[in-house]
Design a protein around this ligand. Structure first.
Ligand code: GRF
Length: 191
């Protein structure tokens, strides 16, 4: 069985989209563990489906956060780590060890509107301020840069004249929930 770990920091709606696809048998893999770097609703979503969870305190662990995550993944023979709204930056050592085994979902059409500080509403604010007509989402492999790894899948979404960042975020999230499981499926097929 293809084994995945999901790293989260927030609501976990992308985690939910993976759980749903596994439960409906559209995705052939198993979530071995969900790890959060702060207390968040996503942990509850995992517990609801009896998935193992681990809450790590990023403030206490500081630069040891990645080592702690690694310790909890390495013995589980994890095939793929999914960053689903995970806000801590991974260390170079961690990313190099798990080369081509970490993917991230980002709410813009990378390389546009990515990089340090470009998360959550900052992304959608920037898209609207720049008067973009099209935005979207990207699933990409994680390398040692921020949002710079090889792109696996992207989906576009129209930016409408009267969009607020919140409305745009919702429209894009709907597409994230489709392309994240699709990207996982693609990787499983190529495995
Ligand atoms: C998503 O917009 C994702 O693109 C970004 O963080 C958000 C996470 O949302 N990386 P959720 O926690 O999956 O609901």
């Amino acid at each position: 069985m293809f084994k995945i770990a999901v790293l989260i920091s927030g609501g976990g709606s992308n985690l939910q989209s993976i759980i749903d696809k596994i439960n409906s048998k559209e995705l052939d893999c198993e979530i071995e563990i969900v790890i959060a770097d702060r207390d968040c609703y996503g942990l509850e979503r995992a517990s609801n489906f009896e998935i193992e969870t681990l809450l790590l305190n990023r403030r206490e662990l500081k630069k040891d956060l990645c080592a702690e995550i690694h310790k909890n993944l390495v013995d589980k023979n994890i095939n793929l780590i999914i960053l689903a709204g995970f806000l801590s930056i991974l260390t170079k050592e961690f990313v190099e060890y798990w080369d081509k085994k970490i993917i991230n979902v980002h709410p813009s059409l990378l390389p546009k509107f990515g990089g340090q500080g470009m998360h959550g509403m900052n992304v959608h604010n920037a898209v609207i301020t720049a008067k973009e007509k099209i935005s979207g989402c990207t699933v990409h492999f994680v390398d040692s840069g921020v949002d710079t790894g090889e792109i696996i899948l992207q989906r576009t979404v129209d930016v409408l004249n009267d969009d607020t960042p919140e409305i745009l975020q919702k429209r894009i999230l709907v597409e994230e929930h489709k392309i994240l499981p699709e990207a996982i499926e693609k990787i499983i097929k190529e495995f």
